[in-house]
Design a protein around this ligand. Structure first.
Ligand SMILES: *Cc1c(COP(=O)(O)O)cnc(C)c1O
Length: 478
């Protein structure tokens, strides 16, 4: 933002002489903006609103004794910049150089090609979303994925909603409202983004009954808390932290037997919920199928974590419990969108008939062999060295990536990447420059170096990184 509060850094009091009367009038600014060709596609009322907004901002600053620029040139250039930014749009592709595979701020799981193809087809025209092609009658949107989810998890039935938070709230509202839900003190999780198990339970209308301690909870603790008001037993996957040392949680099979004996549902919020194991054994999480086989009645998990699809929440388990969810008003409120549904079905097909380890980007990234990562980093380093001239130092370095997205919290994934420094630029400045390229490259900073982990790079990203480095070397920024 050129010229914004220009003398802030100098800490000068010069602007004290600037008064509210020096602010140009809205009309005057409008007259100058009218001459700008790039702004001619914007409607006049919008321009007026933006001008008034900026005038008010500057007035506020002056009233609060803060420094501010008041020249006509400043107003014109600042408004041009803001409006141009709006015209460009905001949501865009970035290159993930952080090494965090399921980066929530960067959109979690990238979709595989089959999912993208399905989304494109469904998005571009009409679809049989709720229409049965066999009979010509009204159908159910869930029908497209239920058989596939059941085949992949061994569940009797499944429902999908727009994310896992919604799935948990729906399950608890439908199965436990007005009753008590028993949860281990070691599993009262906060996921972030204000999803906290005690709060979700409260919202569902159920009452939380905590049992056990932070590090240990036994089946007898649950048994001792059963009353005639108990509506369910809830297990929550400690997705984003580990309690280590003298710890244990109740055995799922025994807990399932206890629940069954009292005709109560055993519910498990799996968080990420994986449909397959990594062959290397770094995957300590049980699969959805294993959880259900151990006797959990209803599981919930995300579509865009380890499953590798778009935002969605899956509820899978016993038919008699899922039937109770189907008429619930929250199911309508949490209804999954057709694009997410298309992404989910495409991804499920990769598990069923494709090679999930290669076709699902999240799995491909998590399983990339170290030698391959090293090779990718070395090749990228060579390309960047030939591109950039003096002052650039690009080095191949070993790094540690994370799964992210509240999954596999204690697992370190050895990786490789580049450490980049540019003479005359601090690491913070360089990181910012990468972030402000036409295709932004998101990197980390460590020990005054910019680090670019190659684990999450998609094939086309190499070109974007080259373009970014060229842009930075030539001093071009968006
Ligand atoms: C991530 C997570 C959620 C929330 O899932 P979203 O799909 O992001 O809504 C809920 N519970 C657990 C245990 C999680 O890890």
């Amino acid at each position: 933002m050129p010229g914004l509060w220009a003398d802030r850094r100098r800490g000068s009091m010069k602007s004290k002489q600037v008064s509210l009367r020096d602010i140009p009038s809205v009309d005057l600014i409008m007259n100058h903006l009218a001459k700008e060709v790039v702004l001619q596609e914007f409607e006049r009322p919008l321009l007026v609103e933006k001008v008034r907004g900026l005038v008010d901002e500057v007035r506020e600053r002056l009233k609060n004794q803060q420094t501010a620029e008041v020249s006509l040139e400043y107003f014109v250039s600042e408004l041009k910049e803001r409006l141009a930014a709006m015209g460009r749009g905001s949501l865009c592709k970035v290159v993930n150089g952080t090494g965090v595979v399921l980066h929530t701020n960067l959109g979690r799981a990238p979709l595989g090609s089959r999912a993208v193809q399905r989304v494109y087809e469904v998005m571009a025209g009409y679809s049989n979303l709720e229409y049965q092609l066999s009979t010509g009658e009204r159908g159910s949107r869930y029908s497209h994925v239920v058989d596939k989810l059941c085949a992949l998890t061994g569940a009797e039935d499944a429902i999908v909603v727009n994310n896992n938070a919604a799935a948990v709230l729906l399950v608890l509202s439908a199965l436990a409202r007005g009753g008590e839900v028993i949860v281990s003190r070691g599993q009262l999780v906060e996921i972030g983004g204000s999803f906290r198990v005690p709060d979700v339970l409260k919202e569902s209308g159920a009452r939380l009954v905590e049992v056990g301690t932070t590090n240990k909870t036994h089946v007898r603790d649950y048994a001792g808390a059963l009353t005639e008001n108990t509506a369910a037993i809830l297990k929550v996957h400690t997705s984003n932290y580990r309690v280590v040392g003298f710890t244990s949680q109740a055995d799922t099979k025994e807990l399932a037997a206890l629940a069954q004996q009292h005709k109560l549902p055993l519910i498990e919020d799996l968080g990420s919920g994986t449909l397959r194991r990594l062959p290397t054994g770094i995957w300590q999480e049980p699969t959805v199928r294993e959880c259900l086989a151990e006797g959990v009645d209803v599981v919930t998990f995300s579509g865009d974590k380890l499953l590798g699809a778009g935002q969605a929440g899956v509820i899978a388990g016993k038919r008699k419990y899922l039937e109770k969810l189907k008429g619930h008003p929250l199911l309508r409120a949490f209804r999954i969108d057709k694009l997410s549904l298309a992404a989910l079905e495409g991804t499920l097909l990769d598990y069923l008939t494709g090679d999930a380890a290669k076709d699902i980007p999240v799995h491909w990234m998590l399983e990339r062999p170290l030698v391959e990562l090293k090779k990718t980093a070395e090749q990228l380093a060579v390309r960047l060295q030939t591109l950039t001239k003096g002052g650039w130092c690009v080095e191949v370095v070993p790094l540690v990536s994370q799964a992210g997205g509240g999954t596999l919290p204690a697992v370190a994934f050895d990786s490789f990447g580049l450490a980049i420094t540019v003479k005359g630029k601090s690491a913070a400045e360089l990181e910012k420059s990468f972030r402000q390229q036409p295709v932004p490259v998101i990197v980390r900073i460590q020990a005054e170096q910019v680090l670019l982990d190659v684990r999450c790079l998609l094939p086309e990203d190499v070109h974007h990184i080259e373009a970014a480095c060229k842009g930075i070397a030539e001093g071009v920024q968006e």
